[in-house]
Design a protein around this ligand. Structure first.
Ligand SMILES: [Zn+2]
Length: 174
């Protein structure tokens, strides 16, 4: 960050009084610009034994497979965000089952929150950000072609627990 989003003057990076972390501070208007991690919300949609994945049409990791997920928007609950992203990326209608995987990536300031979900019908179709959408049995998952470690984490937890499905949520980080 170089310029203040309130008054357009130059900001400086320093620890404000009473704080312990360096922030972008505007000396012209006094604004402190706090930056915090972003939440990426998504779903692990199931149709019987099959898992719905999307193949990415956009960077990063274009052409790789992922679960439908994206940035939570202001004014949304986590569940609403997961349902919206699944519709946007996969044309998939889901019912949320429960929170499944929480995965922190501190070096890029992201937290993934993936919900286990039930796919309500087979009318899915790739959205603008997907090349294709398909259902995979656990033994068919494209492990070498997954887009993100956060997605791998959720799928590994899920497939390990698949026979006697381990519900409850799983926490991880990189
Ligand atoms: Zn300012």
């Amino acid at each position: 960050m170089n310029y203040c989003s309130h008054c357009s003057r130059t900001v400086v990076l320093r620890i404000p009084p009473g704080d312990s972390i360096a922030r972008y501070v505007c000396d012209a208007c006094g604004q402190i610009h706090y930056q915090n991690p972003r939440i990426i919300v998504g779903s692990l949609p199931l149709w019987q034994d099959r898992i719905l994945l999307c193949r990415r049409a956009i960077e990063p990791r274009i052409g790789k497979w992922t679960l439908p997920a994206g940035f939570l928007e202001n004014g949304e609950t986590l569940e609403q965000g997961a349902i919206r992203e699944t519709m946007e990326e996969a044309g998939g209608r889901i019912a949320i089952t429960e929170l499944y995987s929480v995965y922190s990536i501190p070096h890029v300031a992201q937290v993934y929150m993936i919900f286990l979900a039930r796919l309500l019908d087979l009318d899915y179709a790739p959205g603008l950000e997907s090349l294709e959408v398909d259902l995979f049995l656990p033994e068919e998952l494209p492990w070498e072609e997954l887009a993100f470690t956060s997605i791998r984490f959720a799928l590994e937890r899920f497939t390990q627990g698949h026979r006697g499905l381990q519900l409850g949520h799983h926490r991880g980080s990189v």
